[in-house]
Ligand binder design. Structure first.
Ligand code: GLN
Length: 491
């Protein structure tokens, strides 16, 4: 039965409709694969009973001819999404054993459409990180290894568990959140497809907040088509999130296979970094050639404020995080440590509950928002954010339909290689992705090849606001040309 786990979501959907196998069998195959893959630490909570129940209900609907668009499809959910009755911790000690009484809008829409919950996936604590090494539950080990080496690699972060679960065939798709790159970077590191939709495309309600003006949820999938299918279910207006756009949700799957002839694709020169590995450069050239061969027109463009995106992000994101994380005080959720009085209890709880990276962000955020430094840091970062957004707007106004860049400045690195004295080393991972969050635009990472060591590399496509369809059409061209990449099983 294990071959059921190597199906794509679209293949599984068609197989269920054709009654080639049942949702119960599909769920059981994934549950068994998850049990065998515990060494990867991709899941922080497995929910096999719930999966069996949900699959049984899906089978009943399919039998009655009442199947929803995702009926019987087993999915994994990042531990940032609140799931009613199912432990949700954001992989932080401070949310120990927190069991929400409510369901996030995104996950409730997935269940509405018939999907099956396999479990909650590992992530960097409160989604702060690029390697999944800040999780209270420990590292995720990437299913990928360098040729001839057993060195454990990062699957990327912060959605490391979701990316690893999709790459290792431990689910047919997964949810992620992306504040500065947390869907696209792990997708690139694991040979999976990940899309961060336009800010406001997907409801943030019921997702543990990191930086509210940047956070956006999106899917991880084995193929561009599967990502399109998942986004359709995840997206849509939600009155419970006032930043969620009241716009109809297109049938994203219809964009797969659509011609890209005549589309103008911008190639921003600022994304060519000094010292960038030659393989990344070559991959980018290859991507341009593929799109050109499909009839797109490649144009050189400039986004002059790109170099300010990373420093501005690392002011805006911690500022919002310090404010959002103020709610964890030992009174309302999770962990409580004893203190001599109420202030002592707050302090002891927060000191015991937050890990080092989260504490660093809270301190930086509090500092840049403090009366004496607000103008010098926070206000300037906000002004830069406007300029970064304007760069993109001008390129779009000049007729560019989408942009092509590398997704990451390197392939996956070894666990422990970048967690040292200098956090900037880790922050540099986000150099190609944070710009997109700062501007609120949609961005997709699509696998485009393997490096000399046999590790996946991804390309990023950036789109106009609410034009995810063009990204799916272009992404499909890359996937068709590049092929798909699956790690050899060693676990
Ligand atoms: N790596 C970035 C950070 O640490 C982005 C994380 C994310 O997108 N959630 O903030």
């Amino acid at each position: 039965m294990t071959e059921l786990t190597s199906l794509t979501l679209a293949e599984a959907r068609d197989g269920l409709q054709a009654k080639k196998f049942s949702a119960a069998e599909l769920a059981a195959a994934h549950v068994a694969a998850i049990e065998k893959a515990r060494a990867l630490n991709a899941y922080v909570l497995e929910t096999p009973e719930r999966a069996a129940d949900m699959a049984k209900a899906a089978d009943a609907r399919i039998a009655k001819g009442e199947a929803g668009p995702l009926d019987g499809i087993p999915l994994a959910v990042k531990d940032m999404f609140c799931t009613a009755g199912v432990r949700t911790t954001a992989c932080s000690h401070i949310l120990d054993n927190f069991v929400p009484t409510y369901e996030s809008t995104v996950t409730s829409q997935l269940w509405r459409d018939g999907a099956v919950l396999l479990g909650k996936t590992n992530n960097d604590e409160f989604a702060m990180g690029s390697s999944n090494e800040t999780s209270y539950f420990g590292n995720v080990i990437s299913p990928w290894r360098r040729k001839g080496s057993n060195t454990p690699l990062t699957p990327g972060g912060s959605s490391g568990g979701s990316a690893a679960a999709v790459a290792a065939h431990l689910c047919l798709g997964a949810t992620g959140t992306d504040t500065g790159g947390s869907i696209r970077q792990p997708a690139a590191f694991t040979g999976t497809v990940g899309i961060k939709p336009t800010y406001g495309r997907v409801s943030r309600w019921g997702i543990v907040a990191f930086a509210s003006s940047l956070d956006q949820a999106g899917p991880f999938a084995k193929t561009v088509r599967d990502a399109a299918i998942l986004l359709r279910s995840m997206a849509g207006h939600d009155p419970k999130d006032t930043t969620c756009a009241d716009l109809p949700v297109p049938d994203y799957e219809a964009a797969i296979g659509k011609s890209v002839k005549g589309l103008r694709i911008g190639v921003p020169k600022e994304y060519r970094l000094d010292g960038m590995p030659a393989e990344i450069e070559a991959l980018w050239e290859q991507g341009k050639a593929w799109l050109k061969a499909a009839g797109a027109e490649l144009v050189d463009i400039s986004l002059p404020h790109t170099k300010y995106a990373l420093p501005a992000y690392y002011i805006v994101a911690p500022a919002e995080a310090s404010s959002n994380l103020a709610r964890y005080d030992g009174v309302r959720y999770g962990l409580r440590a004893e203190g001599r009085d109420i202030t002592g209890m707050y302090e002891a709880t927060r000191a015991a509950g937050f890990g080092a990276e989260v504490r660093r962000r809270v301190m930086i955020g509090t500092y840049v928002l403090s009366a004496g430094y607000y103008d010098a840091y926070y206000l300037r970062a906000q002004k830069l954010r406007t300029l970064i957004k304007r760069d993109f707007e001008e390129a779009f106004k000049a007729g560019v339909h989408a942009m092509l860049t590398p997704a990451t400045p390197s392939a996956a690195f070894g666990l422990g290689e970048k967690v040292g004295a200098d956090p900037i080393e880790m922050y540099l991972n986000d150099v190609f992705t944070v710009t997109v969050n700062m501007a609120g635009l949609p961005g997709i990472a699509v696998p485009a090849g393997l490096d000399a060591q046999g590790l996946p590399l991804g390309l990023q496509l950036i789109g106009r606001p609410f034009d995810e369809e063009t990204l799916f059409a272009l992404g499909q061209v890359i996937e068709q040309a590049a092929g798909r990449f699956t790690p050899a099983i060693w676990w």
